[in-house]
Design a protein around this ligand. Structure first.
Ligand code: FE2
Length: 227
């Protein structure tokens, strides 16, 4: 609950049920991505060894998904990316939970982190349907290569986040304009890293382009216990 306005006569306005999110450009992403791209394309060419053997119904077209242990791969650039991703999750979790952790005497160093991580190579016509990431608290996406999105298709390959309030589209009038969109679209940009709650439904809009669109995704849960 966040205070949004305090009136001269003492009335206080609040905002309830906000959705935390953070985004940044990873420092040194040019060199990082230059090392990641050939490795990911190499892994894509060996789907038996590196591809996700599970077949989900919400991945369509030319979309390669790796196994969900990417951050365990022994590769310097992958290890560096893992550090950036987890650092942003830890920062976000510490901010969101600051009051509660302080009250409970919890320190980040004493918490255990479980991580799932993978990459996508999406080619012309590929897309990823609406989904959430159960049994996790924070999810994230790192954009390695936005591809060569054909301008004829608006929101080409964008990441779409859906408003988590199920009744938000019940009624649209001039008194609820900020809540009428229902979605927020994130434009892919090489080196952009975002973190959002795992319960936030999201999808990748269809990608049309000649060059591959490459992203890394991850889920994190944080628990009491030794790291
Ligand atoms: Fe996802």
């Amino acid at each position: 609950m966040r205070e949004t306005a305090r009136m001269p006569d003492g009335r206080v306005h609040f905002s309830l049920f906000e959705t935390p999110m953070v985004g940044c450009m990873v420092p040194g992403h040019e060199a990082l991505n230059a090392a990641l791209v050939p490795r990911f394309l190499e892994m894509e060419r060996d789907p038996v060894r590196y591809g996700d053997p599970r077949s989900w119904s919400n991945k369509f077209g030319a979309l390669f998904e790796s196994r969900w242990d990417l951050f365990e791969q022994p590769h310097p650039a992958i290890a560096m990316l893992r550090e950036h991703c987890l650092a942003l999750v830890y920062e976000t979790a510490a901010i969101v939970n600051e009051e509660f952790w302080a009250t409970a005497g919890v320190e980040l160093a004493g918490l255990k982190t479980l991580v799932e991580s993978w990459f996508h190579v999406t080619r012309n016509g590929g897309w990823h349907g609406l989904h959430k990431h159960a049994n996790n608290s924070w999810s994230g996406v790192y954009f390695v290569r936005r591809g060569s999105a054909a301008p004829a298709y608006p929101k080409n390959g964008f990441l779409r986040l859906h408003d988590p309030r199920p009744n938000i589209s019940m009624f649209h009038d001039m008194a609820m304009i900020p809540f009428s969109a229902g979605v927020i679209d994130i434009e892919p940009q090489d080196g952009k890293l975002i973190v959002f709650p795992s319960w936030l439904a999201h999808e990748v809009l269809p990608y049309f382009g000649d060059e591959p669109r490459i992203t890394v995704a991850f889920n994190v849960s944080i628990h009491l216990g030794a790291r």
